[in-house]
Design a binder for this molecule. Structure first.
Ligand code: HEM
Length: 176
């Protein structure tokens, strides 16, 4: 079987998204523990303005998530037939969408009963489940070679940034 290869534009968008999602997830956990804590708290108090840190990560994540989603539904649409890929993308949309509707002052003022905040909390849980499902589906389908293909830094000579516009054009004119 040939070694799996992922296009460089996909690896760039997917990699940056995965890093920012992880940072948003972890900083979200600290925000929950510091400013909510209804279902328990982390065993240690982490100092700092974590609402601000989490918000800044969110501001970086949402334009990137839009670019990645546009790529996934156009150039990568065949891969969205894999349910676990689609689930990861939908979880991203739920987390980023509900995060955009959050207001910074709600948690600072102790307002924990906003529906949008409940949806955003749920999105945090859904995201964890979706990424675990996604990564285990990747491992089941193609094992470590497929997993590694997404984090590999090697780029083929015909897959450089100058080739990206052509790749997008061909994908948009392709059927199915
Ligand atoms: C953190 C949030 C993540 C999201 C939202 C996400 C989303 C997606 C989506 C939508 C695709 C299909 C892309 C396309 O072909 O256009 C994909 C593919 C893939 N992802 Fe992720 N992903 C995430 C994390 C990860 C992680 C942590 C790994 C592990 C290294 C991973 C490994 C892969 C692999 C190997 C593929 C290619 C699978 C295939 O060919 O169908 N992903 N991901």
């Amino acid at each position: 079987m040939p070694r799996p290869y992922q296009p460089s534009l996909l690896r760039l968008l997917h990699g940056l998204t995965a890093v920012l999602v992880s940072l948003a997830w972890l900083s979200g956990l600290v925000v929950y523990s510091n400013d909510d804590g209804r279902w328990g708290r982390l065993p240690l108090q982490v100092g700092g303005d974590w609402i601000d840190i989490h918000g800044t990560i969110g501001v970086l994540l949402w334009p990137l998530a839009i670019l990645f989603a546009l790529y996934a539904i156009s150039v990568g649409r065949r891969h969205l037939r894999q349910p676990a890929n689609l689930i990861a993308l939908l979880a991203l949309a739920l987390a980023v969408g509900s995060g955009k509707l959050m207001e910074e002052d709600w948690l600072k003022d102790g307002q924990l009963d906003h529906v949008v905040y409940s949806v955003h909390l749920l999105a945090w849980l859904v995201m964890a489940g979706a990424v675990l499902t996604h990564v285990s589906a990747v491992l089941q389908r193609g094992g470590m070679p497929l997993l590694r293909s997404m984090v590999n830094l090697q780029v083929r000579a015909n897959d450089l940034p100058r080739d990206w516009p052509g790749q997008i054009r061909r994908a948009l004119t392709r059927r199915g």
